[in-house]
Design a protein around this ligand. Structure first.
Ligand SMILES: [Zn+2]
Length: 315
């Protein structure tokens, strides 16, 4: 089972991090402004999220305002505007219907992700700037001509899109193709749908450097994401979290779930060739507690990268 495998993998990596930090008692690392102790045992107590099969079988119903909703869903824990990078959305967790990014934080972009004035799509400014930089790099590196085909979608627009699709395909098919209102990452104002990515290899290897994560992986990961593969759908979470997601080998849904239950970052050897953000607080190798000691066989932790299960680029 994928979740178990990743939990074990993460546990192993934390043991390595703990080794690297031997002798550095009291060291803690800042994550998004929080000071988190390294290698906390609470990691093993992270509960398993409700399975996608169970969520997919839940009936749809109309809420009191006449909008489609999933019976038994609940408000996501991080539903403040300032939580946009860590807001967990899936068929279980949703945003309030009145959630919208501050209008002053949104900007208009055209299909090439250039800032435009009232034309094209709306996106949070930070995401838009990063998206434009990614478009330029993709063109330079791989000749890709990326295009925007969707970005911010308010709750009521998501509802109209669902209704339109349901009229054509039936609601049971439509719900597997498009999120129920409140459950869409597009409502955050940080998410785009793209075209022009071709086989997706450049994006899989590089998008994290610009702060983007592919939320809905294919290749057997649908039981973790709860949605079919969407190689066009990219969510901006900032470079720090995007780097950590890439390092973790987890899908975003599971990464955010574990993070909100106290799991710590996965950094160090498991990150392989990934490039951390410029100001990323990497753990320092522990100083040699006894530098004058005679060199010989020992069990001292090494600061050399440890060969372990390498993270593979997302499909
Ligand atoms: Zn999308």
């Amino acid at each position: 089972m994928e979740t178990s495998r990743h939990t074990l993998h993460r546990t192993a990596s934390l043991a390595l991090i703990a080794l690297l930090l031997v002798g550095s008692a009291g060291v803690s690392l800042a994550t998004s402004g929080e000071a988190l102790a390294v290698a906390r045992p609470t990691l093993l107590d992270v509960p398993t999220p409700t399975s996608c099969d169970v969520l997919a079988a839940r009936p749809l119903t109309l809420n009191r305002w006449g909008f489609m909703t999933i019976r038994g869903d609940e408000l996501t824990r991080h539903a403040r505007r300032s939580d946009w990078a860590i807001t967990l959305l899936d068929p279980q967790f949703r945003l309030p219907s009145n959630y919208a990014p501050a209008s002053t934080s949104l900007t208009w972009i055209d299909t090439h992700a250039r800032l435009s004035e009232g034309r094209g799509w709306q996106l949070k400014l930070d995401a838009a700037v990063a998206l434009r930089a990614m478009f330029l790099q993709a063109r330079e590196d791989a000749g890709l001509i990326l295009r925007v085909i969707s970005a911010y979608r308010p709750y009521d627009l998501q509802n109209r899109l669902l209704a339109r699709l349901a009229a054509r395909k039936g609601i049971n098919k439509a719900r597997t193709l498009i999120a129920i209102p409140g459950h869409s990452e597009h409502q955050l104002g940080t998410t785009v749908d793209l075209r022009g990515y071709k086989n997706g290899a450049w994006m899989a290897a590089n998008a994290y450097r610009f702060g983007f994560v592919r939320s809905y992986l294919g290749e057997g990961r649908q039981s973790e994401t709860c949605y079919a593969s969407e190689p066009w759908h990219w969510r901006f979470v900032g470079t720090t979290i995007a780097y950590e997601v890439a390092c973790s080998e987890q899908v975003l849904r599971i990464f955010l779930w574990e993070r909100q239950h106290g799991a710590d970052r996965v950094i160090g050897p498991n990150c392989g060739e990934l490039t951390p953000p410029v100001d990323y607080p990497m753990p320092e190798p522990s100083p040699d507690p006894n530098p004058s000691a005679e060199v010989g066989p020992s069990l001292e932790p090494s600061s050399e990268p440890v060969q372990s299960a390498e993270p593979s680029p997302a499909p």
